[in-house]
Design a protein around this ligand. Structure first.
Ligand SMILES: [Zn+2]
Length: 419
């Protein structure tokens, strides 16, 4: 009896010790494992963002053995990922996703390479904070507060610094500009800015010099944005300037080229079936009749847009022109759109450049579906093909313009001559 009792106690003790050992082993493995996954997530974050502050966090985390230092889980979206897929992958509550989606501005899209980050409640698995990083400085932030997700757009602002970039032409402008660290968008912008005087894709010469003033925004040692503020291009001792002012480029006298009219009244260019011709043999009447516009061959129903801002002075139908719309613009210009299938604007209506005014057709005296388009200046017909669609526009406040650009101009010249 006594022996049986001893054996029982011994066996019980043995199992208790065994359970304790298993438990200890489990505990010792549990935390380091969690630690590793979180460090990995942090490293991913650093890869995409090269963010110094995150590095600091990583170091703190490594020294912290309870594994609770960072409750945020970070994930970089892959091609084909949707938020739905990510939620399923991580077993996150879909109900929360739907609530978050309700608050996400409609124009915001997610794309591969983008970083998302979330924090869950320790009691239940509810997502209490959700972040979508659009870039290093713009974050969509959703925080669970008072039983709903509160949306905030967080924009981190950096410090603005001016930087002068200098280069000279070896072969072409693009290559030389890339060498100085400018990107393709900025190079295109500079080309546009100087187009009033020089075509940088054609007219450059070896050893021409250029100076670009860049404004860079720096956040935590990273350049988060950079924009072209001014350009000086020198060829044969001639200096060409462009200054950004009110978000547009102007020359040093404060002028800019402005597209008054669209190049043609359709989205894409259609084949010209008949040019402007004051002495044309009319295809229907066989008499010499001036062709006072351009005919563009296009299928009936093609969308027709006003080439400029203006007021509709005629919108009606007659037996020659079919459905016709006339629009009056500033500077004594009138544009006319003939043979339309459908007119969408009414007489007296104000229209914007590019606004849809009707659909092309084959109405009136016409040999096939086309748009007959005319431009008149002071009631005289011009060849729409040759009318300069550009006008010069000067800044409204020249004093202010000079006050702002003169110091930059001197600095650009100084940089150029500093060798
Ligand atoms: Zn015509």
């Amino acid at each position: 009896m006594l022996n049986k009792y001893k054996v029982f106690l011994f066996t019980l003790g043995f199992f208790l010790i065994l359970i304790l050992l298993i438990h200890l082993k489990y505990e010792s493995e549990k935390f380091p494992k969690k630690q590793i996954t979180e460090i990995k997530l942090q490293i991913d974050k650093n890869k995409s963002f090269d963010n110094i502050e995150q590095l600091d966090n990583l170091e703190n985390l490594s020294n912290d053995f309870d594994g609770q230092a960072n409750e945020y889980i970070t994930y970089t979206l892959n091609a084909g990922d949707s938020l739905q897929k990510v939620f399923m992958k991580f077993g996150l509550p879909i109900r929360d996703l739907n609530l978050i989606k309700d608050k996400l501005p409609v124009n915001k899209k997610i794309y591969p390479g983008q970083l998302i980050e979330w924090k869950q409640s320790s009691q239940n698995s509810k997502i209490i904070e959700f972040n979508i990083y659009h870039n290093q400085s713009e974050i969509d932030n959703f925080e669970w507060k008072n039983n709903y997700y509160q949306y905030r757009k967080i924009v981190k602002r950096g410090v603005k610094v001016d930087r002068y970039v200098k280069g000279y032409i070896e072969n072409n402008f693009y290559q030389s500009a890339i060498k100085t660290g400018l990107n393709a968008t900025q190079i295109h912008e500079i080309g546009q800015a100087l187009s009033h005087k020089i075509n940088l894709s054609k007219d450059v010469k070896k050893n021409d010099q250029f100076i670009v003033l860049m404004e860079e925004e720096i956040l935590k040692k990273n350049i988060i944005s950079s924009r072209v503020k001014a350009v000086l291009y020198e060829q044969n001792n001639t200096k060409i300037f462009a200054f950004k002012y009110n978000n547009q480029f102007y020359n040093e006298k404060g002028f800019r080229n402005l597209a008054k009219f669209l190049p043609y009244p359709t989205k894409k260019l259609y084949r010209i079936s008949s040019h402007f011709n004051p002495r044309r043999l009319h295809p229907v009447t066989k008499r010499i009749t001036p062709h006072r516009g351009i005919d563009y061959a296009m299928p009936t129903g093609t969308r027709i847009h006003s080439v400029g801002h203006g007021i509709v002075i005629a919108s009606h139908k007659n037996r020659y022109s079919g459905n016709i719309i006339s629009i009056k613009h500033t500077g004594g210009y009138i544009t006319k759109y003939l043979h339309l299938h459908k007119r969408i604007v009414k007489k007296g209506q104000r229209v914007k450049k590019g606004q849809l005014i009707g659909l092309s057709g084959n109405t009136g005296i016409s040999t096939g579906p086309h748009l007959h388009f005319e431009i008149l200046k002071h009631n005289k017909h011009l060849d729409p093909y040759r009318v300069s669609k550009m006008i010069k526009q000067q800044v409204q406040n020249r004093k202010k313009f000079y006050a702002q650009t003169s110091p930059i101009k001197q600095k650009l010249i100084g940089e150029l001559e500093s060798g």
